[in-house]
Structure formats: C-alpha cells, structure tokens
Design a protein around this ligand. Structure first.
Ligand code: ATP
Ligand code: MG
Length: 400
C-alpha cells in the first residue's frame, strides 16, 4: 500500500477570515504553476487543507519543489482508503512499517459522524492492531516518535504520518505587488525573498551604466531574478539605462553629494515605473548603518523625493544573518561574483555619510534632471523571467 496524496497544511493562511478563499485560490494557482510540468497531478483546495493527488508520481521531488512555495506550513504523505475498518487497519499498518522509530501513537479525527466508531474507539482498535502485527513498536501517547493520523471523512479515510516543514509565509500574490530595487549585491535579492514571503509579488528595477558596467554585471541580475522565480513565479525586471544620468550627476553635483543625488534619482525613476505598473510600494535591501548611503540621515534625505511606501525587510538585520539567508536561497554565490554595478563606478571615495535635505536641494536646484529621467524611462528594457527554464523578452510598452 503506497502514499497516493500529499496533504498540505496552511498554517497562518487558515486564519484569514473572509480573505481565506482568495488566499487558498492564490496558493492553488502558485502550486499549479510550480508543478505545471507534472501533467498527471491534480491539486484540490479545501477550507482547511489542500491535497495533491499523485496519480502514480514519486512524491519526494514534488515535495522538494513545494517547499519553496510560500503559504504552506507543513506537508505529509497521505493514503486515501475506503471507509471500512479492514482497509483502514491494513493501511495504518503499512504506514507504520514505512517509518523508523520505537514509539507511535494513533490520532483519529472523525468529521464524518456517520462512521460507526468514535475517534477514541478507532484509536484503541488501530493501536491494538498495530501492536499485534509489529515486533518492536510500542505506544507512547505523550512523545511518540511517529504519529499515525487517521481522518475519517465522508468520501474516504485519509492516513498520514510524518510531517515535513514548509516555509510558512503567505502565498505570493495574495498581498499585492512591490517594485524591488535590485542591484547585483547580496542584500536586495534577500529583501525580495523576504517580501515575497509575506505574499507580495515582486517586480524588479535594475540601474546599469553601460559601457562602464559590463554584461557580466547584468548577467548577475538576470541570474538573481531567475533564482527568485523559484519562490514567486515569474519575475519581471526593468533595466534602466543610467549612464547619462550618472554622468550628469558627476558633472553637476559636488562630488561628496553625488551618491545621495544618485539614490534620489533612482527613487524617482523607480516610483515612476511603479506608478506606470500600478504597483503600490518599493522594496530595497537597505540595512541601517551598513554603508554611507544607509545612515539615518541618508535614508531621511533620500526618502524626501518619494512618498511611496518603502519596504525595507533588512533594516534591522545583521549582515551575517542576511548572508545566511542569501546562502539558503542560492543567491549568495551569484551576488559575490566580482563585477561592478553602477553605484560603485561613479561613487566618490568620500561620500557624505550625513547628507542634509537643505544641502542636497540646494545642489539639485539649478540642475534639471527631468529630460534624462524621461529618456531613461523611455529606454527601459523589460524582461520577464519565467518560473523554471522558459524565458521570454518583452518590451516595456508591451506590458503597459
Ligand atoms: P545590495 O547588496 O542590495 O547591493 P548594498 O549593501 O550594496 O545593497 P547599497 O549599495 O547602499 O547597499 O544599496 C542600497 C539599496 O539600493 C540596495 O539594496 C538596492 O535595493 C538599491 N540599489 C543599489 N544599487 C542598485 C542598482 N544598481 N539598481 C537597483 N537598485 C539598486
Ligand atoms: Mg550594492
């Protein structure tokens, strides 16, 4: 007798009251997409759990893939059996024999009250049956090594054992969309990942300065975006040509305020792209105190140019913890490839660590960046990275 289902538990998702249906539909769609190359599967969403019917597929690679999907608290392999005592006995025995350990407990739930035995009776009958038909197992009702769960429903009984942890969080797409400012560095992909974990669908914007930044620097961003698709389905990246703006900043703004102005312009351009795409927030990889652009004064001065909400999931995290997450999501090795991005190229040796709003406004006042900003927006290249291997390029206009 083999496992023919994967049982999926929602955790937090199940608590969401009226939105529950929407959350479940979103998770269902995300799973469908993540497993679209398995043609034989069928996924059924119910109020308090979801089942994947395996139809003969090996469950293990499927569970591995589902572990990257947010909104899932845990998984168990499950068997669906007919509603008669002999079948249930045989299946629970088969389930226990697949496990390792010394002690077990049977936990029965009986939503189907037409079934002739109560949960307690089922526990007793099955416990006795398992003890009689195995050699080394004992019952421990407090801390068993293995819990065999039996759910008596109207259509059938479902038998599960073992529990594999999911990532938790909320299904991507269930809480809106955000535009991630993504460099090729370590932090921003982690910020994207953590934002996705709260159910946000991410699009990204990347500023590059060809020919000063190389194709390899851009390739890093492509690879990072592709890696993030594993968690959130398609990731759209808007590549903004930033050379002319950076040259103008370099020419017109005193050296030590160059970086502050550059960040402010990045914010303005990003907000505009977000508006055009009906996206309601920006996300960055900023972490307080990490570098010159991330002091309290810098954040205050850079933030002046936008009243868009800015999600900063890393703001209170230590670098080592950020690196741990980066490693766990396979972005770290991509991020540390040594190719310069636009920020490092024009950045002065001694950027102002405590820039002030009055000062930067004074420096920006005589310079009109609008024509270059508009030109950059017109020349944005947009690429949609698809979950798994397929990929396609679309122009920005196609997407508007
Ligand atoms: P990261 O590791 O994400 O590059 P960082 O520690 O290098 O972060 P900064 O260089 O100060 O920090 O950048 C702060 C944030 O600004 C980044 O996390 C990212 O969100 C955004 N950013 C920086 N450079 C770019 C870029 N070239 N394109 C898009 N966003 C950028
Ligand atoms: Mg960086």
């Amino acid at each position: 007798m083999n496992y023919d289902h994967i049982l999926i538990r929602y955790g937090e998702l199940a608590l969401k009251g009226k939105n529950q249906k929407f959350f479940i539909r979103t998770l269902h769609a995300n799973l469908q997409q993540a497993l679209s190359d398995y043609k034989g599967l069928s996924i059924k969403g119910q109020r308090d759990h979801m089942y994947i019917l395996l139809n003969g597929e090996d469950p293990h690679p499927i569970i591995e893939r589902c572990r990257d999907i947010f909104g899932i608290q845990s998984f168990s392999l499950a068997m669906k059996v007919d509603l008669d005592e002999e079948s249930i006995k045989a299946s629970t025995l088969a389930a226990l024999q697949k496990e390792e350990g010394q002690t077990f407990k049977v936990v029965c739930k009986r939503p189907n009250k037409d079934f002739p035995k109560s949960s307690q009776e089922v526990n007793r009958v099955l416990g006795g049956h398992l003890l009689r038909h195995t050699d080394d197992w004992e019952v421990d009702v407090h801390q068993p090594d293995v819990e065999i769960r039996v759910e008596i429903r109207h259509d059938a009984a479902y038998i599960t054992s073992g529990k594999i942890q999911g990532k938790g969080g909320l299904p991507v797409g269930s809480t809106g969309r955000s535009l991630l400012l993504m460099s090729g560095g370590i932090d921003s992909p982690v910020a994207g990942y953590l934002t996705m974990k709260r159910g946000v669908k991410i699009e990204a914007v990347h500023f590059h300065s060809p020919p000063f930044t190389s194709d390899r620097a851009k390739q890093k961003v492509e690879d990072l975006a592709q890696t993030l698709t594993k968690f959130g389905g398609d990731v759209t990246v808007h590549y903004v040509p930033f050379t002319e703006l950076q040259q103008k900043i370099f020419k017109e703004i005193p050296d030590y305020y160059g970086m502050t102005v550059m960040r402010r312009i990045m914010m303005r351009v990003s907000e505009q792209i977000a508006r055009d795409r009906d996206i309601l927030s920006l996300t960055t990889g900023e972490s307080l105190g990490q570098v010159a652009s991330q002091t309290m004064e810098s954040m205050n001065t850079i933030n002046e140019v936008t009243n868009y909400p800015i999600i900063r999931p890393l703001v209170a995290m230590d670098k080592n913890d950020i690196i741990d997450v980066a490693k766990s999501i396979d972005t770290y090795d991509i991020s540390i490839r040594p190719y310069e991005d636009c920020c490092t190229i024009f950045v002065p040796k001694q950027p102002k660590t405590r820039p002030r709003r009055e000062k930067v406004n004074q420096f920006e006042a005589p310079v009109d960046f609008t024509p270059e900003i508009e030109k950059a927006l017109n020349e944005v290249e947009t690429v949609v990275y698809k979950n798994q291997t397929t990929q396609q390029t679309e122009t920005f206009d196609d997407l508007l």
